[in-house]
Design a protein around this ligand. Structure first.
Ligand SMILES: N[C@@H](CCC(=O)N[C@@H](CS)C(=O)NCC(=O)O)C(=O)O
Length: 91
């Protein structure tokens, strides 16, 4: 499934846990690239529930991407998330 093009940070949220090394990998990339993603820690029940319902599994990191129609797309895998961000922000 192809992912929507998004350049507005308000359309992106990163579901994560601070202790997860794969989440740290994405956070480190975002820090270097100066991409200030909204982080949603799945230790908070509301975020875990949103991830499970929307994305379909508990794994983090997961990037939620909201398209022009307001529909959510869920991207798992740290390297795929970084690749997507590089593409969207032309890094
Ligand atoms: N290959 C995945 C690995 C992700 C992964 O293993 N995440 C762990 C946390 S470090 C996870 O979500 N485990 C399930 C859980 O924490 O409930 C990636 O690079 O993102």
């Amino acid at each position: 499934m192809s992912l929507p093009a998004v350049s507005d940070l308000n359309r992106l949220s990163l579901y994560m846990r601070p202790s997860c090394p794969y989440c740290v990998r994405v956070a480190d990339f975002c820090g270097q690239a100066e991409i200030a993603l909204e982080n949603r820690n799945i230790a908070e029940g509301i975020h875990l529930e949103a991830l499970m319902t929307g994305g379909g599994k508990r794994q983090v990191p997961c990037l939620q991407i909201i398209d022009d129609q307001g529909q959510s797309h869920w991207l798992y895998e740290s390297l795929d998330i970084i690749g997507y961000l590089k593409q969207q922000f032309a890094i």
